[in-house]
Write a protein that binds this ligand. Structure first.
Ligand code: UD1
Ligand code: CA
Length: 476
């Protein structure tokens, strides 16, 4: 909307977080706290967004570097919320529409609430509309003081309030809709004669009233939406609400969450219908999980895409991976930056290190480690094996205890294995080495030379049987 802009106040340090990270950059369900009000302002139709930054401005600049609709106004010294809005005025000079003001530390506000506030603002013809809520425990919030006729007269901060004022439970959400012409004139005139010596944005309510301009309150029913986060206890509380909201959305879309309160799905995850997610599962923002999948207890999925009907068993960790459909990742498997095609089965307790590209119907069994390998369709390494820096063809059977000896202490070398190769148990490939297709590598062989196609390679010390040796030993 051309006539709607937003200012996000995010310059404060957040002293009560007791953190080296500025408050608004603390993550809430996977996204920095400040990203929440920004997203909501955008969805409510704000065409331009100014974020007022100060503490760790560079960290915020980096976070917003790809957002074309956001400009940053730097507030060098945090002199108060009124001063912060004044700092944004330059970025909105010439703008004559409505300005939404949101706090970077009030993340749970909903788009529908902002839309309703803007509509009420327009309907009443006010120059300023303040979002308010009833908080059972109003501690820390500015209190709304209404006149006998119900109009909002002013907002008093807790530190400036009388005991009577402090006992009021209607609080200022710190979210406003204002006419730009009124707002930027008013914020210039705010003083700092109060308990904290700050320029309070809330003073503009009194200013509007003094000038006979209309100022209205827009109450929101759910106090959770206006929860301000000042410390880590409140952050955890807000995260709980955020997760519940996300969980409900998925459940309404056909996803079964066995225990939503114990499921940790970040903002921005896509999950297909009929997928079941057991307790203790974490799915980070940006992941996609297909339809009809089962994600068992304690699995962690980050930066990954899973096809349909995949099964991720208990405690598997999947990071930066792409999985086709009908893939089974068995218990305790860890996989990073790898690709697994349809119908493959991995684990239990397998470790796919970065760059493992596994074809359809591949089987990787327990205690198998892979790194930078390509494995063709239908190939198997079922037990206790290390495969690194290798290209393995189709329908290859890699026996138990096989090792690609890829490192000579200085450089890494590749092992290349053709199609339809049978590798017996306990084979070492001393790379670089190439094995032709349709070969058989005998168990216990240390392969140091290339093997031509269709051959048998065997390299073992001949066995000696010393008959009666054990008995002689006993009689000594
Ligand atoms: C503010 C309101 C209070 C309201 C509460 C809602 C004022 C004076 N008080 O109090 O009425 O109930 O929010 O949560 O407005 N900020 C800046 N620059 C500054 C100061 C603050 O950008 O100089 C930012 C902070 O980063 C934060 C937001 O403004 O995101 C609110 O500031 P904070 O200090 O948390 O205000 P509260 O005391 O919570
Ligand atoms: Ca606050």
């Amino acid at each position: 909307m051309d006539n709607l802009a937003a200012i996000i106040l995010a310059a404060g340090k957040g002293t009560r977080m007791k953190s080296g990270i500025v408050k608004v950059m603390h993550p809430l369900a996977g996204a920095p706290m400040v990203a929440w009000p920004v997203a909501v302002a955008r969805q409510a139709g704000a065409g331009r967004i100014v974020a007022v930054v100060g503490h760790q401005a560079e960290r915020l600049r980096e976070h917003f570097s790809n957002d074309a609709d956001i400009t940053l106004a730097v507030q060098e010294e945090q002199l108060g919320t009124g001063h912060a809005v004044a700092c944004a005025a330059g970025d909105l000079s010439g703008f004559s529409g409505k300005v939404l003001i949101l706090c970077g530390d009030v993340p749970l506000i909903r788009t529908e609430t902002l839309r309703a506030m803007v509509a009420a603002h327009e309907a009443t013809g006010a120059v300023l509309t303040v979002l308010t809520a009833r908080q059972e425990n109003p501690h820390g919030y500015g209190r709304i003081i209404r006149g006998f006729d119900g109009r909002v007269i002013r907002i008093v901060e807790e530190k400036d309030a009388t005991p009577d004022e402090r006992s009021r439970t209607e609080v200022n959400a710190g979210i406003y809709c204002a006419e730009a012409s009124f707002l930027f004139d008013a914020v210039k005139r705010i003083g700092n004669d109060n308990a904290q010596g700050e320029y309070y944005l809330t003073d503009i309510i009194t200013m509007a009233n003094d000038r006979g301009l209309r100022c209205t309150a827009h109450p929101v029913a759910d106090p959770v939406e206006v929860m301000g986060i000042n410390d880590r206890v409140q952050l955890a509380e807000a995260a709980r609400h955020a997760r519940r909201r996300i969980a409900e959305e998925h459940m309404l879309n056909g996803v079964t969450l066995v225990d939503p309160a114990a499921t940790y799905i970040d903002q921005g995850v896509v999950i297909g219908a009929d997928t079941t997610i057991q307790p203790g599962v974490q799915i980070a923002g940006g992941c996609r999980v297909g339809e009809g999948c089962t994600i068992e207890a304690g699995a962690i999925i980050k930066g990954s895409e899973l096809g349909d009907r995949c099964v991720v068993e208990s405690r598997a960790v999947i990071r930066g991976c792409r999985l086709g459909s009908d893939v089974v990742i068995k218990a305790g498997t860890v996989m990073e930056d790898s690709t697994v095609m349809d119908h493959a089965a991995i684990g239990p307790m397998a470790h796919l290190r970065p760059g493992s590209e596994l074809g359809a119907h591949v089987k990787i069994g327990n205690f198998v480690e892979t790194k930078k390998i390509v494995m063709g369709e239908g190939s198997k390494a079922s037990h206790l094996t290390y495969l690194g820096d290798a290209t393995i063809g189709r329908n290859v059977n890699v026996g138990c205890g096989t090792i690609t000896c890829n490192y000579d202490g200085v450089n890494k070398h590749r092992t290349v294995i053709g199609d339809d190769v049978f590798v017996g148990s306990d084979v070492q490939f001393v790379a670089p080495v190439t094995i032709g297709s349709n070969t058989l590598i005998a168990a216990g062989t240390t392969v140091t030379r290339d093997v031509p196609a269709d051959s048998l390679a065997i390299a073992r010390t001949p066995q000696i049987n010393k008959e009666g040796w054990k008995l002689r030993k006993r009689d000594q």
